[in-house]
Design a protein. Structure first.
Length: 266
């Protein structure tokens, strides 16, 4: 299979303005497709912005099959590109911090609800999800999804590795002073779990937060294949099945595990 060229959209969009963020996503999908990408990944809560007033979140939240999901399906279909976007999801009276993957034909492929909520803001605004491994097949790869803080828990990423995830998509809202996560932790997670990780951040000031950018695509050999700076930009990288196979053959982490020794972890 050929590599899956992946576009990482490092952007914060416009806070509280879903319509404008959908316009920005349309333009980004066009640029990504023109750049040869088969997948576009956005940041955490891209659809609405992250630093929302708590009272505004329920009104901005949408069902997984809501109007914005349908609009993004049309964007994906028009440009022939898969799209992973972050958004607040409403399910009955419950609101989740979610990310949804739409296929290049506009079909929803997977919807993930953040399982580890960071800080008082998220814990007050959202209910944590309870499904740690959500996957879909795309471009010959098994693609998994998690959100921001989730990737900082090694058990989470290892669960994806054991379930066969090849490319882990992580929309994030990584803020100062935790930039070491993007710079150091994400490439290590990719190496120790023998997978690609696309980590896509917001950027600049938003409410009380200062997002640090530094989006990256890290590969299973521990190399950062592409890295954004601190501002708004789109960068491209390739998830190569051949490199993945070669790296897994050479690296024995998953083969040398001794699960019987790890019972105390849970």
């Amino acid at each position: 299979m050929p590599p899956l060229r992946t576009a990482l959209l490092q952007s914060s969009g416009r806070l509280g303005d879903t319509a404008e963020n959908l316009k920005a996503l349309e333009e980004a999908a066009a640029r990504a497709a023109q750049g040869g990408a088969g997948l576009l990944v956005t940041s955490e809560m891209f659809l609405t912005g992250y630093a929302l007033d708590l009272q505004d979140i329920p009104g901005l939240a949408e069902p997984a099959d809501g109007m914005s999901a349908r609009a993004i399906g049309e964007i994906a279909r028009r440009h022939g590109i898969a799209v992973l976007y972050g958004y607040p999801e409403r399910a009955g009276d419950t609101v989740y911090n979610s990310a949804q993957l739409i296929g290049p034909d506009g079909t929803p492929l997977a919807n993930y609800r953040k399982t580890h909520l960071f800080g008082c803001f998220e814990q007050d605004a959202f209910t944590p999800g309870d499904t740690p491994v959500v996957q879909a097949d795309l471009g010959g790869l098994r693609v998994g999804i998690m959100i921001c803080y989730d990737v900082e828990f090694p058990e989470n990423v290892r669960a994806h590795a054991l379930a066969g995830t090849d490319l882990l998509l992580v929309p994030t809202a990584q803020m100062h002073p935790f930039q070491f996560v993007a710079e150091q932790l994400v490439p290590v997670r990719a190496f120790e779990n023998q997978m690609y990780i696309a980590y896509v951040n917001r950027t600049g000031p938003e409410g009380e937060f200062e997002f640090v950018g530094l989006s990256c695509l890290a590969s299973p050999d521990g190399v950062t294949r592409t890295r954004a700076g601190r501002g708004e930009e789109m960068v491209f990288g390739e998830a190569d099945p051949e490199l993945l196979r070669a790296s897994r053959a050479a690296n024995p982490y998953l083969r040398d595990r001794r699960p019987g020794l790890y019972a105390s972890l849970v």
